[in-house]
Write a protein that binds this ligand. Structure first.
Ligand code: SF4
Length: 76
């Protein structure tokens, strides 16, 4: 399964840039975008909140929980 946002996710063009980060991109894409994307912090926040900060990394699960909690609290 591939994440529905794999072509449009702004994380890679905006945050993961340049040759130095190519390995990092490969790792994130393999672990999340083309793998367990439902465990991606960005995916979860997007699904719950409808938007996600560009600079939220796929493995920032604590921040994802916080953002989802705040969104849910403010949109009851
Ligand atoms: S970083 Fe997360 S939200 Fe973005 S394409 Fe990959 S799995 Fe989907």
């Amino acid at each position: 399964m591939i994440c529905e946002r794999s072509e449009t996710c702004p994380f890679f063009p905006k945050i993961i840039q340049g040759d130095v980060d190519k390995e990092l991109e490969k790792m994130y894409r393999g672990n999340f975008c083309y793998g367990l994307f439902t465990r991606c912090a960005r995916y979860v926040v997007f699904k719950v909140c409808g938007k996600v900060p560009d600079d939220l990394y796929p493995n920032m699960h604590d921040m994802a929980t916080k953002l989802c909690g705040e969104y849910t609290k403010n949109n009851k």
